[in-house]
Design a protein around this ligand. Sequence first.
Ligand code: FAD
Length: 372
Amino acid sequence: MGPYDLIVVGGGIVGSAVAYGAARQGARVAVLDGSDDAVRSSRVNFGLVWVQGKGAKLPPYAAWTRRSAELWPQLARELRACTGVDCCLEQPGGMSFCLTEAELEAAAARARHMHATCGDEDTVILSREETRARVPEIGPRVVGASFNRRDGHVNPLYTLRALQAGLQALGGDYLPGRTVEAIVHAGGSQDGGFTVHAGAEAFRGARLVIAAGHGARALAPLVGLAMPVAPERGEIVVTERLRRFYHYTGDILRQTAEGTMMIGDSHENVGFDTSVSLPVLGGIARRAVAIFPALAEATVVRTWSGLRVLSPDSLPIYDESRVCPGAFAVTCHSGVTLAAAHALALAPLLLSGSLPETFHAFSADRFRVPAA
Ligand SMILES: Cc1cc2nc3c(=O)[nH]c(=O)nc-3n(C[C@H](O)[C@H](O)[C@H](O)COP(=O)(O)OP(=O)(O)OC[C@H]3O[C@@H](n4cnc5c(N)ncnc54)[C@H](O)[C@@H]3O)c2cc1C
């Protein structure tokens, strides 16, 4: 099938955002997505558009994250107009609550570091009284919080649906059940430069983006790229719907538009195990109750776990192949946060055929071990 201007391998939020962004530029786009038994982070995440603390290790990442947060209202507006789907974007600012003086001092040190290295002036440290003035429901153990006015959240499932529906509304093809097994580069041809094989079908495209989450690790070398990603498990607890009382968002607690409280903050190195662990869930719930004591009365209605897609330093990989020009790698820790940047800023660059120098900091070259 084809030829397409762009073939995106992987239809999670990263691939779908890139594909939607390319289609809105007028490109003919196909997304080849795997089967329903694939590991899919985009269907199990927390839904934050989170800026606070991002880029402490790499200032260009801080700027890129801020840019995405700024572009999010435009993306949400466009998707709603194009598909009728509301991503439920709210950007009320985000709280990271501290339960000990040591946590508060660590948060203050992080904020100072972000200010010094990334010019971040948006993160402020709130005392207990300042926190309580904004969120009266906090419990006695909360000693303060760090707050960033740019943080927000969306409904991540509606967002994924909107991106895929938007792609199709713009004439693109979202093709599920197409697990890519082989990629052939024709070498130098502008039209039909890549032939991508999924089962018995073959798809031709001038450019190729590998955005296949955990599947990218095996696919990237087929076009001379490296995407050394690994899983990190995170678990989430969801309560029944409650009166809307928490109007900010937060790194471990947020209240959805429907009223459920989503609670989650685990980072576990357990390979591809997607079970939930009662001790971990218990720890998550205890911290939430320490922050909002009223949650002790709330009924938990769901728990689940998901696997983050992490590069060795947890930072994004944006790369282009030297041996197969026109092939790109895209993966990141925070695909929801970065969806607007991927759709509105990255996609046009990928269509142009090469990434500007400002993206070199994100190349997987940083993981190469120099020859002795
Ligand atoms: C518990 C948890 C909480 C999180 N919270 C947040 C948050 O609050 N905010 C935030 O920004 N991020 C959050 N994340 C991270 C976010 O979910 C991920 O960054 C994002 O989902 C990654 O999207 P993806 O498209 O790269 O991968 P995926 O969603 O995993 O999608 C990859 C797709 O590629 C397909 N695929 C794989 N191999 C092939 C192949 N060979 N051929 C064709 N298709 C293939 C799969 O079928 C799949 O659909 C969280 C993650 C977890 C686990």
